[in-house]
Ligand binder design. Structure first.
Ligand SMILES: Nc1ncnc2c1ncn2[C@@H]1O[C@H](COP(=O)(O)OP(=O)(O)O)[C@@H](O)[C@H]1O
Ligand SMILES: [Mg+2]
Length: 206
């Protein structure tokens, strides 16, 4: 019966829920409102896509990433539920990854923690294979197109495992064939991913 406990109960407006990301964003870059439940689940209210077909596509993208990158992709459930505004809203439900965003892990720690480095090399190498074979990539954008600075990958404290928690990355915007400016940004992110892997291998990390 364990699976029955996987999903939190609805409606979503309860005292047990705390907001952890506000979802403020530029028009072109809709961000989720992210909530945490008392029982260790994270609920993302999606501002886009808003349709059921869009939710199904997001789920298909997630399944593709999971196939490619294995259990480093945070297990996600896709449902249409009630948003905090009381309206029907697409929701993604995940287990809370207790740890830090990759951006917030200091260089010193990357240098001294070989297990974490090995896990990151494996994860990012998987991203490069995906790019080379299928022309696609997950959303590993960070500041200055550097995946080292992404908040979309969280490192679990207890295991040193990286998890891709932001699993939304449509083929339209995250591929070799994306319209400008995304195509150029994607190429930069991939180039920076290659250098990051090299630096991790040499234990130089910035
Ligand atoms: N599974 C998770 N466990 C813990 N924190 C999470 C999880 N998913 C997201 N977060 C937190 O919420 C923030 C926003 O989530 P994300 O999925 O990146 O949405 P968006 O990019 O649309 O804002 C993340 O930077 C992270 O701090
Ligand atoms: Mg994000």
């Amino acid at each position: 019966m364990a699976e029955q406990n996987e999903l939190p109960s609805f409606p979503l407006k309860t005292k047990s829920i705390e907001m952890i990301a506000e979802g403020k964003a530029l028009k072109m870059l809709p961000r989720a409102k992210v909530w945490k439940t008392e029982d260790g689940k994270v609920i993302k209210e999606m501002q886009f896509p808003t349709t059921f077909v869009g939710l199904a596509q997001t789920k298909a993208d997630y399944e593709y990433f999971s196939k490619r990158l294995g259990d480093s992709v945070a297990k996600s459930y896709f449902v249409v539920g009630e948003g905090s505004n009381g309206k029907p809203t697409n929701l993604i439900i995940q287990t809370e990854i207790k740890g830090r965003a990759l951006r917030d892990v200091p260089d010193e720690e990357l240098k001294s923690n070989q297990e974490l480095r090995d896990n990151l090399i494996k994860f990012f190498s998987g991203c490069l294979t995906m790019w080379d074979e299928d022309s696609r990539m997950p959303d590993i954008y960070g500041r200055f197109a550097n995946p080292r600075a992404t908040t979309n990958i969280r490192i679990e404290d207890a295991t040193n495992k990286p998890y891709l928690t932001d699993i939304i990355a449509s083929e339209r915007y995250f591929s070799k064939n994306s319209p400008l400016p995304y195509r150029v940004i994607n190429q930069k992110v991939i180039a920076n991913t290659r250098s990051f892997i090299k630096n991790l291998n040499r234990q130089v990390t910035y």
